[in-house]
Design a protein around this ligand. Structure first.
Ligand code: KIV
Length: 274
């Protein structure tokens, strides 16, 4: 399929569809994408949710963190994706400092929806983002809260480290998840947390929970596309599986990933943190 072509019968997924997948136990298969060619291949492979992540700063722009990414970068890459796909639920990432106040966040998220066609925005953060989430939700903007490892804080954290290992930190993540849901978040993403923390969040909330390095208990899984295609330079996080290694091409790699997420074959306990 080329950019702009639609697979027959591919109705756009809605938030209701994603909630129904949570209820029915059908895992939600998610990947990042940043351009139309890969987004089309992901749609053809059955990917349910495409995130235009601020990881584009690292895998596309060549920075060593996501910090330099700007709202305009996310808008440009989201436009590249939304022009090309129909069925996947498209989520745009709120980059560093774009959520520094409710007003700034509403303006940036509004542009992502109006200029780029995003259906949801994702924002990193805990306590300080509860008010921002409420402001976005009040304007009718679907929100995914991102908890656990927050790569935008890399310079404060001193690296990309697993979060929520100690009991108090684990409880704080579960508490934040509840606060974000109460503030209006429609989805949660957990990055690099022990499996038990994911179980705690899933039990305490009623929205779809997507995991990355968060074990097998989330309602959906996401990976950075370049990581699962095995083309990212440097050390790979332990939760990443290289789907290109055995596939004959990019589409087959995406299809294999979707198949393994849907069947529960990915992630294995070895891909998570105890
Ligand atoms: O920016 C991104 O790609 C992300 C993933 C790590 C989920 O947030």
């Amino acid at each position: 399929m080329k950019a702009g072509e639609q697979s027959p019968g591919s109705k756009p997924l809605t938030l209701g569809d994603l909630r129904a997948m949570r209820e029915s136990g059908e895992p939600i298969a998610c990947l990042t994408a940043y351009d139309s060619t890969f987004a089309v291949a992901q749609e053809a492979a059955g990917v349910d949710l495409i995130l235009i992540g601020d990881t584009l700063g690292m895998v596309v722009q060549g920075h060593d963190s996501t910090v330099p990414v700007r709202v305009d970068d996310i808008i440009y890459h989201t436009q590249c994706v939304t022009r090309a796909v129909r069925r996947p639920w498209v989520v745009a990432d709120m980059p560093f400092l774009s959520v520094r106040s409710p007003q700034v966040a509403v303006e940036a998220a509004g542009r992502m929806m109006q200029e780029a066609g995003a259906r949801m925005v994702k924002l990193e953060g805990g306590e300080s983002q509860v008010a921002v989430t409420r402001a976005l939700a009040d304007q009718g903007i679907p929100v995914c809260g991102h908890l656990g490892l927050q790569p935008q804080l890399v310079h404060k954290l001193g690296g990309f480290k697993v979060q929520g290992r100690e009991a108090a930190a684990a409880q704080a993540i579960v508490d934040r998840a509840c606060e974000l849901e109460q503030a209006g978040a429609d989805m949660l993403l957990l990055e690099c947390v022990p499996n038990a923390v994911t179980q705690g969040v899933v039990a305490a909330t009623s929205v779809p929970v997507i995991g990355i390095g968060a074990g097998p208990h989330a309602h959906g899984q996401i990976l950075v596309m370049h990581d699962m295609l095995g083309v990212t330079a440097g050390r790979k996080p332990r939760f990443v599986k290289n789907y290109m290694a055995e596939a004959g091409g990019v589409e087959a790699a995406f299809a294999s990933y979707v198949g393994e997420v849907k069947s529960g074959a990915y992630p294995q306990p070895t891909h998570g943190f105890g």
